[in-house]
Write a protein that binds this ligand. Structure first.
Ligand code: MG
Length: 256
């Protein structure tokens, strides 16, 4: 200890305790490997983006769009002040060069302060896991629209549990856990699940997703796809901004 006093040493585990059902480990097993040490992220403020955790795949830190591509090659969205990027309307969606499956995803976004339309015409964008499953981005602050199109919605399927929107121009934070669906050939073995926190509030609680996102149609899993795909950000014609985007792949949700 800093003050030079001796600390009292206690057991670091046990080898005479019962085995935990479903595992090979004993209760408080002394041989059970510890998890990796990760330096946690720092929180963002309205003025400054936080720092990603030490084990994250950093997809956007404000300096460049190197992790992204657009429909004609390089991503053509604009780098703007505040370590952010902005949708260049009608240049198309952008997607990561790398593909991801089940993951923890952190995304921050802000809606434009200039308002030219209401409902789905106000600050519309989206975060698409695997390029298929949309968590809606929209300026939902005092803006009437259909519930399953609000921010934090699994678009067209499940409204957010609450509307946690801040005013246009302010930064929103999404923390998303996505569990990728599994197919055996043409047969769906396990659907996708989404957990979403919007500005720190849970808005999707391990929601079972009905299939890739559709507009004005029912979703289904009738078109099998692989377990991974790019992360896509939507160009819906509005200059929505994004910052501090990072992702942590999760190989398995079944801890051993
Ligand atoms: Mg959208």
């Amino acid at each position: 200890m800093a003050d030079g006093s001796k600390i009292r040493e206690l057991p670091k585990g046990y080898s005479d305790t019962p085995v935990i059902p479903g595992t090979t480990w004993r209760v408080h097993d002394i041989d059970r490997p510890p998890p990796p040490v990760v330096e946690p992220p720092t929180f963002s403020t309205q003025d400054h983006a936080g720092r990603p955790p030490s084990d994250a795949v950093v997809l956007f830190d404000g300096t460049n769009l190197d992790a992204w591509e657009g429909r004609n090659g390089a991503a053509s969205w604009n780098l703007v002040d505040g370590g952010a990027m902005e949708v260049a309307p009608r240049t198309g969606d952008i997607r990561t060069k790398e593909s991801f499956g089940s993951c923890q995803l952190h995304v921050e976004w802000s809606a434009p302060t200039a308002i030219h339309a209401d409902s789905q015409g106000r600050g519309n964008s989206g975060v698409f896991l695997l390029g298929l499953y949309e968590v809606q981005v929209l300026d939902g602050y005092q803006n009437a629209t259909y519930a399953d199109g609000l921010p934090g919605a699994v678009y067209g399927q499940y409204p957010p549990l609450v509307n946690a929107c801040v005013a246009p121009g302010a930064w929103h934070v999404y923390d998303i856990v996505f569990e990728t669906p599994e197919y055996d050939g043409e047969t769906l073995v396990s659907p996708a699940f989404m957990t979403v926190f919007h500005n720190g509030l849970i808005v999707q609680h391990r929601q079972q997703v009905q299939g890739p996102t559709k507009h004005r149609q029912l979703a289904s899993y009738d078109k099998p796809h692989g377990p991974a795909g790019p992360l896509v950000l939507q160009d819906h014609g509005d200059p929505v901004r994004f910052r501090n985007i990072w992702l942590r792949p999760i190989d398995s949700f079944l801890a051993t």
